[in-house]
Design a protein around this ligand. Structure first.
Ligand code: ADE
Length: 226
């Protein structure tokens, strides 16, 4: 799967994909990430990419022309399954959407800064607008890292144990049950007996009950979700 990412601050994206599971996915050729510096499409000697807002108001807007030139060039070279703009006023991103997007071949991510991007880009190029939560970040780079990580780990072959992703919180609309590792007793705190029993069916039932109880307590809204 390929992610092309248009960013005005590409340095912010250097670390998230250079370590751990994301690095492995890239090294194995299961995921490709291309970061495109929007400055390269900036206008004039100062490579301008933002300007004042028509109608007045605080904050700058990312201009239509550099973004349009960049996106048009990319679209001439590649076919995109989705062109996603990350924005706090988008649809809330969730595991179901991560699952859905993990089936795509090539996605273009547009990352905003300042007050956002010229609406005409959203009207003419963007196919999906996503928010990672009800809070405002300084730009789309952290949300992009969240999106790529959550999708990347679902790609076949990325996790060494394929079942692992299926038992994560939010798959099946349940929060994950507690997990333990050695030692079986630490400072008087013990691992639940059932996990030491070797009885697979009982362990599965215990985990399910724990997941259900935690979800009821913390996120009852998930239990009504489709
Ligand atoms: N850009 C700034 N804040 C954001 C958010 N919450 N989700 C997606 N993109 C954003």
């Amino acid at each position: 799967m390929v992610f092309d990412i248009i960013s005005a601050v590409p340095e912010l994206l250097e670390s998230p994909f250079s370590h751990s599971i994301m690095k492995r996915a890239i090294d194995k050729g299961l995921m490709e990430i291309n970061i495109i510096n929007l400055r390269d499409y900036g206008l004039g000697p100062h490579r301008q990419i933002d300007d004042y807002m028509y109608g007045g108001g605080a904050g700058m807007v990312m201009m239509v022309e550099p973004l349009d030139n960049c996106i048009t060039e990319l679209k001439a070279k590649h076919t995109y399954d989705e062109i996603i703009f990350l924005t706090p006023d988008g649809t809330t991103y969730d595991q179901k959407m991560a699952n859905r997007l993990s089936l795509q071949k090539r996605i273009l991510l547009i990352l905003g800064h300042y007050k956002g991007i010229d609406q005409r880009i959203r009207d003419t190029h963007v196919t999906m607008e996503l928010s990672i939560g009800d809070y405002v970040l300084s730009g789309g780079e952290l949300p992009a890292a969240v999106l790529v990580d959550s999708i990347g780990r679902l790609l076949p072959g990325v996790l060494s144990d394929a079942a692992s992703a299926l038992s994560d919180s939010h798959q099946d609309n349940l929060l994950a049950p507690p997990v333990y590792s050695r030692p079986a007793e630490y400072k008087g705190e013990v691992v639940p007996e059932v996990l030491l029993s070797g009885h697979d069916k009982n362990i599965e039932e215990w985990r399910y009950a724990q997941a259900e109880q935690k979800t009821k307590e913390r996120r009852p809204d998930l239990l009504d979700k489709e």
